[in-house]
Design a protein around this ligand. Structure first.
Ligand SMILES: *[C@@H]1O[C@H](CO)[C@@H](O)[C@H](O)[C@H]1NC(C)=O
Ligand SMILES: *[C@@H]1O[C@H](CO)[C@@H](O)[C@H](O)[C@H]1NC(C)=O
Ligand SMILES: *[C@@H]1O[C@H](CO)[C@@H](O)[C@H](O)[C@H]1NC(C)=O
Ligand SMILES: *[C@@H]1O[C@H](CO)[C@@H](O)[C@H](O)[C@H]1NC(C)=O
Ligand SMILES: *[C@@H]1O[C@H](CO)[C@@H](O)[C@H](O)[C@H]1NC(C)=O
Ligand SMILES: *[C@@H]1O[C@H](CO)[C@@H](O)[C@H](O)[C@H]1NC(C)=O
Ligand SMILES: *[C@@H]1O[C@H](CO)[C@@H](O)[C@H](O)[C@H]1NC(C)=O
Ligand SMILES: *[C@@H]1O[C@H](CO)[C@@H](O)[C@H](O)[C@H]1NC(C)=O
Ligand SMILES: *[C@@H]1O[C@H](CO)[C@@H](O)[C@H](O)[C@H]1NC(C)=O
Ligand SMILES: *[C@@H]1O[C@H](CO)[C@@H](O)[C@H](O)[C@H]1NC(C)=O
Ligand SMILES: *[C@@H]1O[C@H](CO)[C@@H](O)[C@H](O)[C@H]1NC(C)=O
Ligand SMILES: *[C@@H]1O[C@H](CO)[C@@H](O)[C@H](O)[C@H]1NC(C)=O
Ligand SMILES: [Cu+2]
Length: 568
């Protein structure tokens, strides 16, 4: 420890003083166990303030807020502010054992959340084991006073949060998943704003309803908080116009459906221009891994037109949207590949053009041999795993951020490879067995301040080729290109979009394909990178960036707050 008690006290009072001066808005999140009945089965779930989805945080671009997280439950928990860059302040970011140890039962942690360039929709969620299944909510970032949306002001706005529901407890699911070595049980339902909708047995009254006036335009803030699945979403008979993603505006994109990865958000305009009636909005799975089970159910909510008397028309059921088939990779990639940054005078793009740090990461599902005396439910009796550049990431037992800040050895290594250790036909139909077993490690990638980083994310067909929604904390990145098959370093860069690529914080590497992202490493700190499918994250499809301080005083990481949760 290189910090004295006096310094801690000084920081504490300084912090209180600052809070007082600026009057940052303060919120309290009480994490608690709440009895909950859904699909005719009752269980106790973790919630924030007893709600699911949890409270929506409303802020204005550039605000700083403080959320005091009080853990009144019997489980460890942490909260992550997904897509909020938190300039120089990884201390509040939330992923357990990366930037903090868990907030243990009975403890609290006051997290300062600083918004910078984000505008639109983000979300917050738990980042400890699989507790995010029920601990999540929306973050709405309004334009600054005197500025407005780059589209006509919508009549009303509504968060549409897609979720995933198991009748049994999440802890039971998670423990069983860890013990079995196989895939986790698929979910029993998907949800829209916490409600499955009326297509499930025993769910008639559990439907979210959104009422509109004919002729008006609405802004839907769509978030995918599902644990394990990319989803297709659409509204019967209505076009959707995407105008933003991950709190960054896009060129308007008119579409019948969206494909949304866990972690992503889309701001979508909906024109209520159809005959007065009830219409379903619906979501169902996009699942590309061959032979992997999936939840084939459809969650619905009702779009209801004012003036439509459903009482007199009770026999008619709403129309369902026509969504792509569960394995339609083209439909998913086509939507994702059609996104473009707004890129106008008010919303310039800053794509790094001169790359100082070219990287290539393979994302693979793997297997480990089953341990002696165990029986494992993975392929051929193995234990399933996952990796980036053939390293299956192991969470340490104290957090990487304090190990870095206080220079504690033995918590992590800095040998994450810049390129895949072996070159092979990543997307071949058949791959040799010896490639399948990764190494275990806690290796980070260290980046110089202000380096310009490009990462070619390459999916592989080891064990099961599938999409991987990769998320980086502390940054948004430009998605400059993507394709199917193996990345071709000579041909593919010629097709990069360096003019108006979308700026995102989560991007799905297409099944047996690649995606290239670029960002400038100007946010010093410790930042997690991981697949946002929770089973892949748990299997080790993750790594961590340490972005070094720059020379200037405003290019350095801030000191820790006085109430960081303890690791013991
Ligand atoms: C998972 O599925 C198996 C087989 O259907 C069942 O026995 C088990 O209870 C399920 N576990 C959970 C947590 O739902
Ligand atoms: C979903 O899968 C179940 C079990 O495999 C099957 O019985 C059911 O018909 C399927 N439903 C749909 C809508 O495909
Ligand atoms: C009931 O629905 C039908 C078909 O959508 C429509 O033609 C009819 O006018 C409706 N009737 C009432 C009373 O709303
Ligand atoms: C999707 O699955 C169906 C079987 O349900 C199969 O016939 C079809 O070939 C699959 N399509 C793709 C693109 O994999
Ligand atoms: C997907 O698109 C590719 C070309 O981009 C085409 O060859 C293939 O047939 C399409 N697959 C389906 C299922 O539409
Ligand atoms: C998506 O599909 C449309 C129609 O088939 C096509 O014109 C467009 O080029 C495709 N876009 C992408 C990004 O694949
Ligand atoms: C690219 O960056 C390098 C250092 O990283 C610098 O020497 C070079 O001048 C830059 N080139 C351009 C065209 O900016
Ligand atoms: C890689 O595998 C794919 C799919 O099996 C095949 O089409 C392609 O020819 C292979 N490429 C090379 C260079 O062997
Ligand atoms: C990963 O590393 C292990 C251990 O060194 C090796 O056996 C395996 O072939 C490697 N696989 C890949 C895809 O690099
Ligand atoms: C399972 O074993 C068979 C036969 O040895 C092999 O062809 C297949 O690739 C194995 N699958 C996995 C995922 O290890
Ligand atoms: C980082 O980049 C910014 C903008 O390109 C520049 O203004 C700043 O001087 C750079 N800082 C360092 C330490 O290189
Ligand atoms: C909760 O967190 C503490 C501190 O890291 C750890 O020692 C403990 O094992 C955790 N409990 C569980 C159930 O994971
Ligand atoms: Cu993944």
């Amino acid at each position: 420890m290189k910090i004295s008690v006096l310094q801690v006290l000084a920081l504490f009072f300084l912090d209180i003083g600052v809070l007082h001066c600026y009057g940052w808005a303060r919120h309290t999140f009480v994490v608690q166990e709440t009895p909950y009945t859904k699909l005719c089965s009752t269980k106790t779930i973790l919630t924030v303030n007893g709600q699911i989805p949890g409270p929506t945080l409303h802020v204005t671009k550039g605000d700083t807020i403080v959320v005091e997280v009080r853990n009144k439950a019997n489980y460890n928990v942490t909260i992550h502010w997904h897509g909020v860059k938190q300039p120089r302040n990884p201390w509040s970011d939330g992923p357990e054992y990366i930037t903090q140890c868990p907030i243990q039962p009975g403890q609290k942690f006051r997290q300062k959340i600083e918004f910078s360039s984000e505008e639109g929709t983000l979300w917050w969620h738990a980042h400890s084991d699989w507790t995010r299944a029920t601990v999540y909510g929306a973050i709405v970032i309004h334009p600054k006073k005197g500025t407005s949306y780059p589209f006509p002001k919508p009549h009303a706005k509504v968060p549409i949060i897609l979720g995933e529901w198991w009748k049994k407890g999440i802890t039971e699911l998670y423990d069983e998943f860890l013990a079995s070595g196989g895939d986790p049980n698929v979910s029993d339902a998907y949800t829209i704003n916490g409600q499955p909708g009326d297509l499930y047995p025993c769910s008639k009254s559990e439907t979210f309803k959104f009422t509109v006036d004919h002729g008006k335009t609405y802004l839907l803030r769509i978030i995918n908080s599902a644990l394990q699945d990319i989803l297709f979403f659409g509204i019967a008979k209505h076009k959707l116009t995407v105008v933003g993603t991950d709190a960054s505006y896009t060129k308007p994109l008119k579409t019948d459906y969206i494909a949304i990865s866990p972690g992503q958000t889309f701001d979508v305009l909906l024109e209520a221009n159809q005959p007065l009636a009830d219409y379903y909005m619906a979501a169902k799975v996009y699942s590309s891994a061959l032979g992997v089970e999936y939840d084939n159910t459809t969650t619905t909510a009702v779009l209801h037109y004012n003036g439509y008397d459903d009482g007199r028309n009770s026999s008619s059921t709403p129309f369902l949207p026509d969504l792509p088939s569960f394995n339609d990779t083209n439909a998913s990639a086509n939507f994702t590949g059609s996104l473009r940054s707004l890129a106008d005078d008010g919303h310039p793009v800053h794509v790094p053009l001169n790359i100082s740090t070219p990287l290539m990461f393979t994302a693979s599902v793997n297997t480990f041999p089953c341990a002696n005396g165990e029986s494992c439910a993975g392929p051929n009796g193995s234990r399933l795993a996952a990796s980036l550049n053939n390293i299956s990431f192991q969470l340490p037992s104290t957090d990487i951020l304090s190990a870095y800040y206080y220079q504690i050895n033995g918590v992590y290594g800095d040998k994450f490879p810049n390129v895949p250790p072996l070159k092979f036909n990543f997307t071949a139909d058949v791959l040799p067995q010896y490639l399948l077993t990764p190494k275990k490690g806690t290796e980070v990638k260290v980046l110089k301040y202000n380096s310009t980083v490009e990462i070619v994310l390459q999916g592989t067909n080891l064990a099961a080729g599938t999409d991987h929604p990769m998320h980086i904390h502390g940054y948004s990145f430009y998605v400059v290109g993507w394709g199917f098959g193996n990345f071709d370093k000579d041909k593919d860069p010629l097709g990069y979009n360096l003019v108006d690529p979308p700026l995102q914080n989560t991007i799905a590497i297409p099944k047996n394909g690649w995606a290239t992202i670029r960002f400038k490493a100007n946010n010093p700190g410790v930042w997690f990178m991981h697949c946002h499918l929770e089973r892949h994250l748990s299997w080790g499809m993750d790594t961590t960036f340490i972005v070094k301080n720059g020379d200037h005083s405003d290019a350095k990481m801030l000191p820790p707050p006085p109430d960081m949760p303890s690791c013991s």
